[in-house]
Design a binder for this molecule. Structure first.
Ligand SMILES: CC(C)(COP(=O)(O)OP(=O)(O)OC[C@H]1O[C@@H](n2cnc3c(N)ncnc32)[C@H](O)[C@@H]1OP(=O)(O)O)[C@@H](O)C(=O)NCCC(=O)NCCS
Length: 178
């Protein structure tokens, strides 16, 4: 594919971001999740990245704030959700580039942990492993290998255990996947 750029979302991207998830997932749950998170003030534009090809948004990734809650401590983290690439541009590296760019920005901003609910055949190549191995559990039924965590710096998962609390927008639209 010809070149594309990855950049933070702009206010005028809202409807194109809705459309790209609607097209990628063939349903509107992920699109509505992004809008609900934005309405609730849970989107940092630097962690909401779009891939743009020929002035058209062909992919989007969002990292939103979550909390990992144990009996003694609440640890801030990020959820990678959702990630979508337009069907015409899938399997060309766009999703991977959005993940790599997003994780780099997460690190730059000082975040320590990213959680994703996603395909266990895709996310491990970016360093994600089963969150259960670190004692981190989802607040909903989910296969162990689909609920994954990534430490953004060495030892970031050490001693972190607990259940993830997602923003209420996830419950509103019933979406927890990437
Ligand atoms: C999943 C998705 C974000 C990947 O982005 P992409 O730009 O197509 O993927 P990349 O080009 O970076 O990587 C291609 C690899 O991802 C794999 N892949 C693509 N879609 C996948 C999916 N839904 N589940 C698992 N693996 C997938 C491809 O088989 C390919 O694997 P290979 O490198 O071993 O051959 C994109 O295909 C998409 O939006 N799909 C529809 C929405 C969706 O299913 N999201 C859930 C993600 S778990």
């Amino acid at each position: 594919m010809d070149s594309y750029i990855i950049r933070p979302e702009l206010p005028e991207d809202t409807s194109a971001i809705f459309e790209v998830h609607f097209q990628a997932f063939a349903q509107d749950g992920e699109s509505r999740l992004v809008n609900a998170l934005r309405d609730d003030g849970n989107i940092n534009p630097n962690l909401s990245l779009v891939a743009v090809h020929d002035n058209r948004i062909i992919g989007h990734i969002l990292f939103c704030p979550i909390t990992i809650i144990s009996e003694t401590v609440e640890t801030p983290a990020l959820a990678l959700a959702p990630l979508g690439v337009h069907q015409d541009y899938q399997c060309m590296g766009v999703g991977g580039a959005l993940i790599e760019a997003g994780l780099a920005e997460c690190r730059r901003l000082g975040h320590r942990i990213v959680i994703v609910v996603g395909h266990p055949g895709y996310y491990p190549r970016f360093g994600f492993t089963a969150a259960k191995e670190s004692g981190i559990t989802p607040p909903f039924p989910c296969p162990d290998d689909a609920f994954m965590a990534l430490p953004l710096r060495p030892h970031a998962l050490d001693g972190i255990g607990g259940t993830v609390r997602y923003p209420v927008a996830f419950d509103k639209v019933g979406a927890h996947t990437s």
